[in-house]
Design a protein around this ligand. Structure first.
Ligand code: ATP
Length: 237
């Protein structure tokens, strides 16, 4: 049985008086792809940003390799081996593709050549466009770049926030295929998605978030055949 890499326990996150996360618990084992599903505003992004240390938890714990992250600053969390590709991509438009990627390696001080080569193998489109300004890339290409920038930190755990959002279906396919390869390379993946079908096809396990609570959990197979998941997230009646 694989070891637990990340354990989120009774996590509560507030924005002022609004409780966005209401005491959720879930875990990610080494080598897994785990998907967090849920509608708009369910708290998916908040969960990832709290793991990354960008938002502070009100209470609860986030254990990574047994160590509590909730009091750790964001840069230390990156150094510990967790990197996030944010929702909306947030690439630096006036920098080139390669400059954006190298920024992702700031925690290592210098960009690792082998990692850069591996990423270009993963996304050959970025190699072709490495001198192009990131702002001129298509949405899908910017998404590839956001994932690549996170990979440059050489994470053990990659947090992906809605990689399929607003992207043409052909590029979504490419990106999900790349996530599979990233996983085969030994990187554990926590994937937040509204595209439940694509996410569950890729994932080992999943959790459904509903207004700040985990309401359904199980293997990807179980979730795909769960009538409640089918109705609410897979468009089946
Ligand atoms: P989406 O898929 O739309 O991004 P989500 O599941 O990622 O949704 P979150 O962005 O985590 O959801 O938001 C969870 C709740 O917290 C929502 O009710 C949202 O309005 C609220 N929220 C998020 N960010 C803030 C903020 N900075 N200030 C106040 N409330 C916030």
């Amino acid at each position: 049985m694989a070891e637990t890499l990340l354990e989120v326990k009774d996590l509560v996150v507030n924005y002022g008086s609004i409780q966005a996360i209401k005491g959720i618990s879930f875990d990610v084992k080494e080598g897994e792809i785990v998907s967090v599903l849920g509608a708009n505003g369910a708290g998916k992004t908040t969960t990832l940003r709290t793991i990354s240390g960008l938002i502070k938890a009100k209470s609860g714990n986030i254990f990574y390799k047994g160590k509590d992250l909730t009091k750790m600053p964001a840069h230390k969390i990156v150094q510990a081996g967790i990197a996030q590709s944010p929702e909306g991509r947030q690439v630096f438009g006036t920098l080139t593709v390669e400059e954006n990627m190298k920024l992702g390696a700031y925690s290592q001080k210098t960009a690792d050549k082998d990692t850069l080569e591996w990423i270009y193998e993963l996304f050959p489109r970025l190699l072709e466009r490495r001198k192009q300004l990131a702002g001129t890339l298509s949405g899908g290409e910017q998404q590839m770049l956001a994932i690549s920038r996170a990979l440059m930190a050489q994470p053990k755990l990659l947090l992906l926030d809605e990689p399929s959002l607003g992207i043409a279906p052909i590029l979504v396919k490419m990106i999900f295929a790349a996530v599979k390869k990233i996983s085969s390379h030994g990187v554990t993946v926590l994937l937040v998605e509204q595209n439940a079908k694509a996410a569950l096809k890729l994932a080992d396990r999943g959790y459904v978030l509903d207004v700040g609570n985990v309401t359904i959990k199980g293997s990807a197979k179980e979730l795909l055949s769960d009538p409640k998941v089918q109705e609410a997230y897979l468009g089946k009646k």
